[in-house]
Design a binder for this molecule. Structure first.
Ligand code: GTP
Ligand code: MG
Length: 503
């Protein structure tokens, strides 16, 4: 293979498999959601429509991912629990968290109009995500209890805070009044000053929401003797519960018992060492170039559904490029990016402290923001085409220690672009000229670059070198320091550009 010279760069990719028997939980959390809520005039402290939209996105995630059996969310966060035996994407943490956060974000954008029909999306919503590894069911139970307790505490605090502000206090005064107050005192404040019985506040605000799978029996048909023939089916439902970590709630759902197990005892207090483990995260190696590569998930199908031109759809590629420009404008530590087909690689400066170099944070923010942009900008690039399904991407972060290796990484991706594009151009020309896909495949088997060029020239009068450079070489986005704007173009020497731009 022509690209074998560069393939060694793959060895820098590290394993991040979550081992059995750990239970995988993915938690997503809004990025700058306070600003997002203000910009979209969310009601304070809770906006029911915004919460319903979050629940609807979670429902869609549970419907799309068979291995997720339970989820819990409040405010701008949601936690997704995978079944114990899950082998989803070989249990690779980065793959899993990026797919979930990307799907969630993309659905959030596409469903926005349903929940906020009178309000334009003013800027892209995005979420960060991480994997929480629960070593036992007892740990999972503690995790859920910890999250729901946070919901209780925050909701009670913000209910009081906004009541005080609405009654004329400044935000600072309201904060002072609430400083150091206990649960009971807040209850009394609400009751005595505002006539509010906290318990009568809607469950969705006080308790958060659960989206989970239950088992239902359907009658599929009737036997000759008239007896119904039943089939057990899983269905996604949304419920509220005052204590999701209690035995009475958990153990009453057969699907949870089957896929995760039962809670042995009720818990009163979450052990601090458990909470510490929920917060633990690995950092990426310092003083290395971080590359975040994202790749469209099932884009083979996505491109069929949306009738992309074959082998290259200029508009689809321009949409990818436009999202990459937005990423560079949003995340200033990204100094260079290179894209081809449904993938994009973002290079962060060597001394970047973005997200304190936490891999899951960096990957999820970039992939989520990119997905959000892709869904938001769709209309601009395809005004005649409806977005029929949510686009989503996976992502990973890899560290490269020297400029030679980062150059080889980019060369590896660009050689890949060249090989694939040349093959695909020949393949689709043969198919368009009447060959079946199998015949075209057979025809091209074992052919070298030169032979492919000749085939194109002799049979189809196409000089490969004259095809659009975007198709042949891929696209790059980087900052033009002089003009202080993002530059978009096609260049040969990546290393020079990166070094020039990051110092
Ligand atoms: P996963 O990434 O493993 O989920 O699979 P995938 O279906 O996304 O395939 P992969 O990433 O390996 O390859 C990208 C696929 O996207 C190509 O094989 C094409 O089918 C499709 N694609 C990307 N860009 C274009 C385009 O410009 N035109 C057309 N027609 N298809 C494209
Ligand atoms: Mg793909």
């Amino acid at each position: 293979m022509a690209n074998s010279k560069y393939e060694y760069v793959k060895s820098f990719e590290v394993e991040d498999e979550v081992m059995f028997p750990n239970v995988i939980v993915v938690r997503i959390q809004g990025r700058n959601f306070r600003g997002f809520a203000d910009a979209h005039e969310f009601e304070k402290p809770n906006d029911e429509r915004a919460l319903n939209l979050m629940n609807s996105c979670a429902t869609s995630v549970l419907e799309d991912y068979h291995d997720i059996v339970f989820s819990y969310g409040f405010s701008d966060e949601y936690s997704f629990v995978f079944k114990k035996e899950s082998n989803f994407y070989k249990r690779r943490a980065s793959k899993i968290l990026s797919l979930i956060v990307s799907s969630f974000t993309s659905v959030y954008v596409t469903k926005w109009k349903e929940y906020f029909p009178e309000m334009e999306l003013r800027f892209p919503p995005s979420f960060q995500a991480r994997v929480i590894v629960c070593a036992s069911l007892e740990v999972l139970q503690a995790y859920l209890s910890w999250r729901q307790n946070d919901c209780h505490i925050k909701n009670q605090y913000y209910t009081c805070l906004w009541k005080l502000i609405k009654s004329g206090k400044t935000e600072v005064e309201a904060q002072e009044i609430l400083k150091g107050t206990q649960k009971q005192e807040k209850h009394e404040l609400l009751f005595q000053q505002f006539g509010i019985n906290y318990k009568t506040i809607p469950n969705i605000f006080r308790q958060g929401s659960c989206v989970l799978k239950i088992e239902v029996e359907d009658i599929v048909k009737y036997a000759n003797n008239g007896n119904p023939i039943k089939r057990v089916r899983r269905k996604v439902i949304m419920v509220h519960s005052g204590n999701i970590a209690s035995r009475s709630f958990w153990n009453s759902h057969s699907c949870l018992l089957k896929e995760l197990g039962s809670f042995a005892e009720d818990i009163n207090k979450v052990k601090p060492e458990f909470v510490k483990s929920f917060q633990f995260e690995q950092k990426l190696m310092p003083f290395t170039w971080i590359v975040v590569r994202i790749d469209g998930c099932h884009f083979h199908r996505f491109s069929e559904v949306h009738e992309f031109e074959k082998p290259n759809d200029g508009q689809a590629l321009n949409l990818m490029n436009s999202c990459a420009v937005a990423v560079l404008e949003e995340f200033r530590d990204v100094v260079f990016s290179y894209g081809v087909s449904d993938e994009y690689s973002f290079v962060l400066r060597k001394d970047s402290q973005f997200c304190q170099r936490l891999a899951s944070c960096i990957v999820s923010l970039i992939v989520s923001f990119f997905s959000s942009m892709y869904a938001m900008k769709w209309r601009e690039f395809f005004p005649q085409k409806e977005l029929k399904c949510s686009p989503y991407f996976d992502g990973r972060a890899v560290c490269y220690p020297s400029k030679e290796i980062i150059r080889d990484y980019l060369a590896w991706r660009q050689v890949d672009c060249h090989i694939n594009n040349q093959y695909n151009t020949c393949f689709w020309m043969l198919v368009k000229s009447g060959k079946t896909k199998r015949e075209a495949q057979e025809y091209l088997k074992g052919t070298q670059a030169q032979e492919k060029n000749e085939l194109l020239l002799q049979h189809f009068s196409i000089d490969y070198q004259t095809l659009p450079v975007m198709f042949r070489h891929g696209s790059s986005v980087f900052w033009d320091k002089v003009a202080a704007r993002t530059h978009f173009g096609y260049i040969d020497d990546f290393t020079l550009k990166i070094l020039e731009l990051s110092h």
